[in-house]
Design a binder for this molecule. Structure first.
Ligand code: ADP
Ligand code: MG
Length: 320
């Protein structure tokens, strides 16, 4: 099968269609319309086989994850997703692989009403680069830089499950049978917190998604906002699967350092706390207060109750 046939069969035919796309796949560029009074939020992520996912990961999961991690970045800005582009590098044309991959892509694009508007298809090592674009009302984008001392630190969902899932799949950890699907899905099929992100626009002072690990991502907010924080390890939200699989201390380690959870980490001022509770009452995801910001620039202190919690270890960094 040739490049143009691949594009037509797997990507053009399976695209969800949006009205703000004047011209989608097939010409030299896509042509799209941005609504008035909205800014465009744009993000790109690359997933490389053997680095970001084991090479034998199901293609449907690879597609899901490629879209989800990008939508998670949009969510962390409070943006509503609209369009994605896909640059796909693969060693050969494996029709079964392409079929599963493009179905995975279709599942997510339809669920989130996002249109695949273009891309590139080349021969090379397995690698997926996805760009996502979304709308956020002018001047309402949630950044990392506007947290203030006194703000409360929150996180959605539970932490560390994806890391536990990876260790389980690679044979380093044992997870009780009834939780195996859950942790594998948390790794392979992360849920971007799109709706929460848009709700937080008027409530949160800063926001980031947890991709590198909690400590690393809290630190990004602290550095950008010139604040410090106390983080309560006794408040970290751990799933039942995590609690049933590991000792408390190991659960904390997963929650603090494992990446890939794609939960939202955000700060809320004392005045906005009531609004957060109201807004989250109807949301399908839990939020947990895990600490508070202070004026000690850039310093993150961990506590267990009132005691200092000694901890060595950081999040994941390439080239380190
Ligand atoms: P060009 O040579 O002008 O860059 P291509 O032959 O690379 O065009 O692509 C033809 C059309 O197919 C373009 O609209 C491009 O955006 C789209 N396209 C190519 N690869 C993909 C892909 N993997 N997913 C979605 N659209 C793609
Ligand atoms: Mg091209």
């Amino acid at each position: 099968m040739k490049e143009f046939d691949i594009i037509a069969r797997y990507f053009k035919e399976r695209s969800h269609v949006r009205r703000d796309v004047q011209l989608g796949i097939g010409d030299d560029c896509a042509v799209v319309n941005v609504p008035q009074n909205q800014s465009l939020a744009v993000t790109t992520d690359t997933l490389v086989g053997g680095v970001h996912f084991p090479n034998d990961t199901p293609p449907r999961a690879i597609a899901h994850k490629a879209v989800a991690v990008n939508l998670s970045d949009l969510a962390a800005m409070g943006a509503e997703p609209a369009w994605i582009s896909l640059s796909l590098s693969m060693p050969d044309v494996d029709e079964h692989w392409l079929d599963e991959f493009s179905l995975g892509l279709q599942e997510l694009t339809e669920y989130y009403s996002v249109q695949l508007i273009g891309g590139d298809t080349v021969k090379g090592p397995l690698s997926i680069t996805l760009t996502a674009q979304g709308f956020v009302p002018k001047d309402q984008a949630l950044t990392r830089a506007k947290a203030k001392p006194g703000d409360w630190l929150y996180v959605t969902g539970t932490l560390g499950d994806a890391g536990l899932g990876l260790d389980m799949l690679q044979g380093r950890m044992d997870v009780p049978p009834k939780h195996r699907n859950f942790v594998a899905n948390r790794l392979n099929y992360p849920t971007p917190r799109v709706l929460v992100g848009t709700v937080l626009r008027r409530i949160a002072s800063s926001c980031i998604d947890v991709s590198d690990g909690l400590i690393a991502d809290v630190q990004h907010i602290l550095n950008a906002s010139h604040c410090g924080a106390v983080l309560q390890v006794d408040k970290l939200p751990l799933s039942e699967a995590m609690r049933d699989s590991v000792l408390a201390e190991q659960g904390i380690r997963y929650a603090l350092t494992a990446g890939d959870d794609y939960e939202l980490l955000f700060t809320v001022s004392e005045e906005q706390k009531g609004n957060l509770d109201l807004a989250m009452a109807t949301a399908s995801v839990s939020v947990t207060c895990i600490g508070q910001l202070n004026g000690v620039q850039g310093k993150l202190e961990l506590r267990d109750g009132k005691e200092r919690y000694a901890f060595e270890g950081k999040g994941y960094q390439h080239f380190s």
